[in-house]
Design a protein around this ligand. Structure first.
Ligand code: NAG
Ligand code: NAG
Length: 385
């Protein structure tokens, strides 16, 4: 019964949605085709009208579809997201819907006060993850005398029903925490590269003098204290030299299986080998390296997998990604069978673990700060290969 109700609810929502779209199509640019008295529509359906207004702004900003993609050999055999990616691959300018313009200071020049900026890619739907990060490793604070700042980068939800609902949520979150950067594009896996490039542009204008950047996902446990200690311990601890560090992946290549989330057809990428790159779960970059990447950003065609894309940019500018054994983003689940993964001493030594659940994050953040827990004699855990 409840299921039927839900289904009815969904159908009703879909109907309302399509009605809205129809009204929009006819009122927006086809007045002479169909005479809909605008004021009347607005009066009889005030609720719909607000939705229509929002949708209008979105349609106006929409970039034109590339109709020639059908000419790519075997295009029809690609999966739906890949087709969608190719149709809109050339679209790279999307308006900012929500911003935190003074995240790094009143003026861009003031941004040198930020030592470590945490850029966390987050789908609008991941409210719980954001809340946990705000309370734990992503807390904005003065750490060992330097500032940590945080920003979540989002697009809009894929379903238009969700889009309206989450609009208000992100707005409220940003009013409360001043930490949301939202762009007007659909937040999907193959659009993560777009998210990355739009963020780098934002960084260049809003926060050009921060020293270091943590570039990562919202499902990780990041020991940001250790990150600050590590970065402060570098010879060039002001971000003026090359740093691009994470879980290094060398010798990996594209997956040709159209059912895979990571599917990349030969028509898009011919070689069977990617350039060296770091797993996108969490990467540490210096501002020097960020700026180097920024220089080649516009001339580099978007690639469907965001961390590989960063590897491609690095290769273009002749810089190498580096490895840090304290950043574990792959093979960690295997490790958890043989190790006491809840041992806080383990996490005290690390910089990043992926994946990590929100409730685990709360517990672990508390534990690694517990002065009663004595560490030091722990056998060094084996690192996964
Ligand atoms: C459209 O797609 C075709 C086929 O991939 C490509 O050659 C062309 O450059 C694309 N056009 C734009 C504007 O990106
Ligand atoms: C990326 O976002 C654009 C703009 O919203 C959208 O048209 C396109 O379909 C999205 N691409 C994918 C692969 O979801």
């Amino acid at each position: 019964m409840r299921r039927i109700n839900r289904r009815l609810e969904v159908i009703a929502l879909l109907l309302v949605g399509s009605l809205g779209l129809l009204i929009l199509l006819f009122t927006d640019n086809s007045d002479d085709l169909l005479e809909v008295p605008k004021s009347e529509t607005a009066q009889s359906m005030p609720k719909l009208h607000t939705n229509v207004n929002q949708a209008t702004t979105r349609l106006v900003t929409k970039c034109k579809i590339n109709t020639s993609v059908g000419e790519i050999p075997e295009f029809t055999s690609f999966n739906k997201p890949m087709k969608e990616f190719l149709r809109y691959r050339h679209c790279r300018n999307f308006p900012v819907l929500l911003d935190a313009p003074e995240k790094c200071g009143k003026r861009p020049q003031d941004s040198s006060n930020v030592f470590l900026l945490l850029m966390i890619k987050s789908s609008p739907l991941n409210y719980g993850r954001r809340e946990v990060i705000r309370k734990t490793w992503g807390k904005e604070r003065l750490q060992n005398g330097v500032w940590i700042r945080r920003i979540f980068v989002s697009g809009i939800p894929e379903s238009s029903v969700d889009a309206h609902r989450y609009d208000s949520l992100l707005k409220i979150e940003n009013e409360q925490h001043n930490d949301i950067l939202q762009f007007d594009f659909i937040d999907t896996f193959y659009n993560l590269t777009l998210k990355q490039t739009l963020f780098l542009e934002w960084l260049e204008t809003r926060c050009p003098h921060a020293h270091f950047l943590f570039n990562g996902d919202d499902d990780v446990f990041a020991n940001t204290e250790n990150m600050v200690l590590f970065l402060k311990g570098l010879k060039d601890n002001d971000g003026s030299e090359h740093l691009f560090m994470g879980f290094l992946i060398i010798g990996n290549g594209p997956i040709r299986d159209a059912y895979s989330k990571y599917f990349v057809p030969t028509q898009i990428y011919e070689s069977h080998l990617f350039p060296p790159y770091c797993s996108g779960g969490g990467i540490l970059l210096s501002m020097f390296t960020t700026k180097a990447i920024y220089k080649v950003l516009h001339g580099t065609e978007l690639f469907p997998i965001d961390d590989v894309f960063l590897g491609m940019c690095l290769e273009k500018v002749g810089l190498q990604p580096m490895s840090h054994t304290g950043i574990l983003t792959l093979g960690f689940q295997m490790l958890s069978n043989t190790f006491e993964t809840y041992d806080p001493c383990f996490y005290r030594e690390l910089l990043l673990v992926h994946p990590f659940l929100p409730h685990e994050t709360i517990v672990m953040w508390e534990k690694i700060h517990n002065p009663q827990i004595k560490c030091g004699t722990l056998l060094a855990p084996k690192r996964p290969v």
